[in-house]
Every structure is written in structure tokens, then in C-alpha cells.
Design a protein around this ligand. Structure first.
Ligand SMILES: Cc1cc2nc3c(=O)[nH]c(=O)nc-3n(C[C@H](O)[C@H](O)[C@H](O)COP(=O)(O)OP(=O)(O)OC[C@H]3O[C@@H](n4cnc5c(N)ncnc54)[C@H](O)[C@@H]3O)c2cc1C
Length: 466
């Protein structure tokens, strides 16, 4: 078996699982690595085995697809075609001068023990993360990200609170609001800054995806059933509380995306689940020198990056949901398998996945023009609102760096104020700092995808495993 080409797939979400199955079924030895303790990624996040959930499917959509992915992975692992390494936090992928790549990971929940692995090629399938824009009170306990509330429910079967306002923008808010409500949380409002009327101008892209339109209709019916009030063209202005969130003030937006005076209302709650869209994880691709298109890893029709031996699939190449991730993962796995065997792949082999990819990319491009934070969201950041939570840098400090010290980009603001210099390395505050600075969000070129102990760096190269 060891003379077979070796593909490392990084990320066991829909994209990574599809890539693994496609490559393993075409004679490639696959190692699937993921930081989580169970396969599934964000969409198919599974409860910990110790919780013995009796009906985990109650928290999921498209459970049959998950069963097919899960059973396929088990079968490949059983026959030795795939090695599945959980709790492996990949911090860097390196190109070897002699060819091939080295994957560096930290093992276990403490992330201290190093693991290094050689591979002939990699598929980057590390997904995306949520964007949250600051507003007064957003650092109060009880304010969580929308996906975080969902992840807590799916992964630990725990509720983030009893009464949750779900707010921000994006399609993710729908499963979050309906999922929390179905689990017994009172959801007094779903506060969405986008205008649903904007969908009228996107009918062609919507009509091409009747399944997605039906999914949207099901969410609308569930919101009605659970008496979740949809406040469209509204935004959260402030979260209130002393030890934790006790209420939020929301307000309507005018046609320019500004808060309409006199429309504020206060909604009591113990949780605010808030998100303003998602951003792709690109750290590993950036370290490898892969080209980015804006915030997305650039790929060709075979899901190859511009770095030889490196494929990328799923939300790391652009936000587009689980079905698109599955299609891209399948194509990446088929292409990588063919090329690792030294043959030119035949795109007809993945024609169905390519068709689905085209349609879903168009659909999500259309959604991307509808769902957006309010145009003037930075006006809601008061001077004493903390923007960078790691380094406790306020909106006023960032504004001062721009207006009085001449900073015109995120990097200069960071050097002048420390915003983005802390533990998260600007992943959370980056979009807010860019917005306040009036510049675009540029790749930060972080050397590693996560913090690495110095001792591990010093011993890099000593722990290589095939
Ligand atoms: C918090 C959250 C909750 C979400 N909930 C929903 C939902 O309920 N419904 C919905 O329709 N969509 C949801 N989404 C969107 C969802 O992520 C996508 O639709 C889909 O899961 C993308 O699939 P993917 O395979 O590209 O990435 P993901 O499913 O995100 O999988 C990526 C995998 O890579 C792993 N990974 C990342 N970085 C590393 C690293 N450095 N080392 C090792 N492993 C790594 C992660 O642990 C993860 O398992 C959610 C997204 C987020 C961020």
C-alpha cells in the first residue's frame, strides 16, 4: 500500500470528506486530518460520542448525505485506504525542496505535541469562519456568534440561553434561528439587515436552484410555526447588560443603510447570536504562496491552486454552503487522484459535480449581493466600543490612528494601535478595522494558521511520519 501516492486532505467537513472518498476510490492513499474530534465539519458537526445523542439527525438537514459520507469514510478506513486523524491542528504546510509537501500539526486539545507528515499532494478543505462586526455591548457575556450558538447545540446539545435574539445578515441566520427555536429556545426576533425585496431582482439565479428556494420556504414556515418575528432591514444598535446581556436595542434601516431615527425598540433576551457573513480560512494557502482572489483561495476548473500539488475545495475557495463544498471536494479528489497517478484527468468524469458547482456558485454570488451588513455600519461603533478584543483597542483609538496619524491600511493601524496583534491575529477584528480605516480587507500573510509553541518550532523536522 505504501507505494501508492499519498494525499493529505486537511479538513473533514463536506469538502474534505468528498475529496477523500473520490481520491480513495481511485487508488490513492489518503490521510484525512481535522482539528475536531469527529468528522463532519461545521455543517455536519456531530455531538460528542459520550453524550450518546439518540436522535442527532433532529438537529440536521440532509442527514442521508451525511450517512453516506460517514459510512463511506468508515469503509475506506476499515480497508486501510484512508487514515482519519482527529484532533490534529494543522499549523503549516511546507513545500519540500526534493518535491512533495510536509504537513505540520499539533496534536490533542492542548495543541502541544507536534506531528509531521510527508504527502505527495494536499487538498486544503479548511472551510470558513464567521465575520462579526462590533457594536456597543458586543463583548458582553451572552453575545455569541450565530454559528457558535449552532455549533454549541449540534456539538454539545447545549443551549446558549433561554431567550435568544438572532441578528446580523446572511443565510446562516435562518438555520440558527429555526434550530434554536426547535430546541426550545424562545427566539423573539430574527434581525436581518438585508432587504428581502432584493431577491426579486435575482430571480434567474434563484430559479436555477429550486431546491434552495424550497429550503428557504421551509425556513420561513418554521419561523412562522415557532413565532419568530422577522425584522428585515433592521440592525442591532446596542446590547445591554451588566454581568451579561439582558436586552438588545434594534432599529430599522433607511434606504441608505443608516439607522432610521425614532425606530429603536428594546428586546429582552439572555443571548444575542450575531453574525455578518463568513470569510474563508486561507492561512495554510497563504503560507504556501497560493494566489488569492480577494479573500478566497484561487482555483482552476480542477480545484487546483497555482501551487503545484496543492488543491483547495469548499469554503476556503469562497463561501457557498455545504452542497457546493461537496461538489468541489469531489472534483478536487478526482483530479488529484488522476494527476498523482501521472494521468491527465478527464473532466467528463465529474461533469455532474461541475454542473452543480456552476449553478451553486451563481446562486451564492446572487445571495452575496442581497445579504450585506448595513452600508453605514461603522457609524454604530462608538469611540469607546472595543474593536480588537485581544488587545482591547477601541473604535476611538483606531479612528485617531487614521485621522491624526495618517494610517490608511490595516497593517499600519496594527503597528500604531496593536489592533490585530493578539491571540486571534486579526481574524475577528480585521473586517472592523478595515471598515473604520476605509480600506479593503487584505490578506494578512500570517506565517502560521495557529499559535505554535517555540519548542515545536525549534524541533520542526524531527517528527516526520509517513
Ligand atoms: C460556526 C459555523 C456554523 C455553521 N453552521 C451551519 C449550519 O447550521 N447550516 C448551514 O447550512 N451552514 C452552516 N455553516 C456553513 C458551513 O460551514 C458550510 O456550509 C459547510 O460546512 C462548508 O463545508 P467545508 O467542508 O468547506 O468546511 P467546514 O464544514 O467548515 O469544514 C472545515 C473543517 O476543517 C477543519 N479545520 C479548519 N482549519 C483547520 C486546521 N488548521 N487544522 C485542522 N483542521 C482544520 C475544521 O475543524 C472543519 O472540520 C456554518 C459555518 C460555521 C463557521
Amino acid at each position: 500500500m505504501t507505494d501508492r501516492p499519498h494525499l493529505a486532505v486537511l479538513g473533514a467537513g463536506p469538502a474534505g470528506l468528498a475529496a477523500t472518498a473520490a481520491a480513495a476510490s481511485h487508488g490513492v492513499r489518503v490521510t484525512l486530518l481535522d482539528a475536531a474530534t469527529r468528522a463532519g465539519g461545521q455543517f455536519y458537526r456531530q455531538p460528542a460520542a459520550e453524550l450518546r445523542a439518540r436522535r442527532p439527525q433532529a438537529l440536521h438537514h440532509q442527514w442521508r448525505t451525511w450517512e453516506r459520507l460517514r459510512d463511506g469514510l468508515r469503509a475506506y478506513v476499515t480497508v486501510g485506504a484512508v487514515r482519519h486523524l482527529t484532533d490534529h491542528h494543522v499549523w503549516c504546510v511546507e513545500r519540500r525542496p526534493s518535491g512533495g509537501l510536509t504537513v505540520h500539526a499539533l496534536l490533542g486539545p492542548e495543541q502541544e505535541d507536534p506531528v509531521e507528515m510527508r504527502a505527495d499532494a494536499v487538498v486544503l478543505a479548511t472551510g470558513g469562519y464567521e465575520k462579526v462586526l462590533p457594536f456597543p455591548g458586543w463583548t458582553l457575556p451572552g453575545v455569541v456568534t450565530a454559528g457558535g450558538a449552532q455549533a454549541m447545540l449540534k456539538g454539545t446539545l447545549a443551549l446558549s440561553g433561554r431567550t435568544a435574539v438572532v441578528a446580523g445578515t446572511g443565510p446562516l441566520l435562518l438555520p440558527v434561528a429555526t434550530g434554536l427555536a426547535a430546541a426550545g429556545v424562545e427566539v423573539p426576533a430574527l434581525v436581518e439587515s438585508a432587504d428581502p425585496k432584493a431577491f426579486v431582482h435575482r430571480t434567474r439565479a434563484l430559479a436555477a436552484q429550486p431546491g434552495k428556494v424550497a429550503e428557504g420556504a421551509r425556513y420561513a414556515a418554521q419561523l412562522l410555526r415557532h413565532r419568530v418575528r422577522l425584522l428585515a432591514r433592521h440592525t442591532v444598535v446596542e446590547a445591554h447588560g451588566t454581568d451579561r446581556v439582558e436586552a438588545v436595542t434594534v432599529a430599522a434601516l433607511d434606504a441608505d443603510g443608516r439607522v432610521r431615527p425614532g425606530t429603536s425598540r428594546r428586546i429582552p433576551c439572555d443571548t444575542l447570536a450575531v453574525g455578518h457573513g463568513m470569510l474563508p480560512h486561507t492561512d495554510l494557502a497563504e503560507t504556501l504562496g497560493c494566489r488569492l482572489d480577494g479573500t478566497d483561495v484561487h482555483v482552476d476548473d480542477e480545484q487546483r491552486t497555482d501551487v503545484p500539488g496543492v488543491w483547495a475545495a469548499g469554503e476556503t475557495t469562497g463561501i457557498g454552503g455545504a452542497a457546493l463544498s461537496l461538489a468541489e471536494g469531489h472534483i478536487a479528489g478526482r483530479s488529484a487522484a488522476a494527476r498523482l497517478h501521472g494521468t491527465e484527468p478527464d473532466p467528463r468524469a465529474w461533469a455532474a459535480a461541475a454542473k452543480s458547482r456552476t449553478r451553486l456558485r451563481e446562486f451564492f454570488a446572487a445571495l452575496g449581493t442581497v445579504y450585506a451588513p448595513p452600508a453605514h455600519w461603522t457609524e454604530q461603533i462608538t469611540d469607546d466600543t472595543v474593536v480588537c478584543r485581544c488587545e482591547e483597542v477601541t473604535g476611538g483609538t483606531v479612528r485617531e490612528a487614521v485621522a491624526e496619524l495618517g494610517a490608511g491600511d490595516v497593517r499600519t493601524v496594527k503597528l500604531l494601535t496593536r489592533a490585530g496583534m493578539g491571540w486571534c491575529q486579526g481574524r475577528v477584528c480585521g473586517p472592523a478595522v478595515a471598515g473604520l480605516t476605509g480600506c479593503g480587507l487584505t490578506p494578512s500573510r500570517r506565517p502560521f494558521a495557529r499559535p505554535v509553541p517555540l519548542g515545536v518550532l525549534a524541533r520542526a523536522g524531527e517528527h516526520e511520519d509517513q
